[in-house]
Ligand binder design. Structure first.
Ligand SMILES: NC(=O)c1ccc[n+]([C@@H]2O[C@H](COP(=O)([O-])OP(=O)(O)OC[C@H]3O[C@@H](n4cnc5c(N)ncnc54)[C@H](OP(=O)(O)O)[C@@H]3O)[C@@H](O)[C@H]2O)c1
Length: 249
């Protein structure tokens, strides 16, 4: 990854922040976004204090203009774009779908699916000349239904995988590879905050995992850097499960 230019959306916490650090450790030039400036600036300073190269740019992926600016800022700073990790996402709509407003439904779709579309659109434009690798964060909820009141998230993450496959085929001859990650429960700060509200919930979820444990972001980042690099040049259009066996059964 030395001197490769890597763009990461949703890099201010959780899996995205872990990926920012992993790419910086591999001597890439990282540009990352999120909406929270305090968290973004703090991660940027941590990496720079260790001699790494990372720049935080505030951007909301639901806003096309801000995503366009994020990509153009990356090109202004580093002259090219080699790798993108489109990771910004969350479930924003809880409850059974018959009680869900279309606004609630669209909020989740806007963040996870339209946000990924915005990023892909401008990243592909930037990569068209030299090729590149794009990785989108999907979920086990992107390959199977879940009866837990998260229908909008399930639909949006299925959409992320569809978008990944279409983009991969559209861009294959430009040598732009596009893949998706099928991630299961992952102990990120915000996920833990939610789970820890119910005593015993963490243990219950861990016990239901085939491997009997929940992933950390650091369990996932090696697959992201692998998909970004030269060891994976024949992988495109794939939704790769890194889910501790959840989708195997
Ligand atoms: N944790 C899990 O169990 C799990 C399981 C499967 C899939 N995933 C997926 O993994 C990805 C990362 O999740 P995580 O667990 O690491 O959660 P997280 O810590 O909440 O990280 C989400 C990231 O997305 C950013 N983000 C949210 N809304 C945004 C917006 N409108 N514009 C720009 N950035 C935005 C957040 O930054 P700001 O708040 O600063 O904007 C943050 O950096 C998500 O796509 C999630 O759906 C997570």
């Amino acid at each position: 990854m030395k001197n490769k230019v890597v763009l990461i959306t949703g890099g201010t916490s959780g899996l995205g922040a872990s990926a920012v650090k992993a790419f910086a450790d591999l001597e890439a030039k990282v540009v990352f976004c999120g909406r929270r400036t305090t968290e973004g600036s703090s991660i940027e300073s941590q990496i720079r204090s260790k001699g790494g190269e990372a720049t935080f740019v505030q951007a909301d992926v639901t806003n096309e203009k801000q995503v366009e600016h994020l990509v153009s800022e990356t090109i202004r700073l580093h002259g090219q774009l080699d790798v993108a990790f489109n990771n910004a996402g969350a479930n924003l709509s809880f409850g059974p779908l018959e009680g869900m407003s279309s606004e609630q439904f669209m909020n989740t779709v806007m963040l996870n699916l339209t946000g990924t579309f915005h990023a892909l659109k401008y990243e592909i434009q930037a990569m068209k000349k030299n090729g590149g690798s794009i990785i989108n964060t999907a979920s086990t909820a992107g390959v199977k239904g879940v009866a837990q009141g998260i229908a909008a998230y399930v639909a949006a993450k299925h959409g992320v995988i569809g978008l990944t496959k279409a983009a991969a085929l559209e861009q294959a001859r430009n040598q732009i590879r596009v893949n998706a990650l099928v991630v299961s429960a992952m102990a990120t700060e915000q996920w833990l905050q939610g789970v820890n509200r119910t005593p015993g919930m963490y243990e219950k979820i861990a016990a239901a995992m085939p491997l009997g444990k929940i992933a950390t972001p650091e369990d996932i980042t090696p697959l992201i850097t692998f998909l970004a690099g030269d060891q994976s040049t024949f992988i495109t259009g794939a939704a790769l499960a890194i889910d501790g066996g959840v989708t195997a059964g």
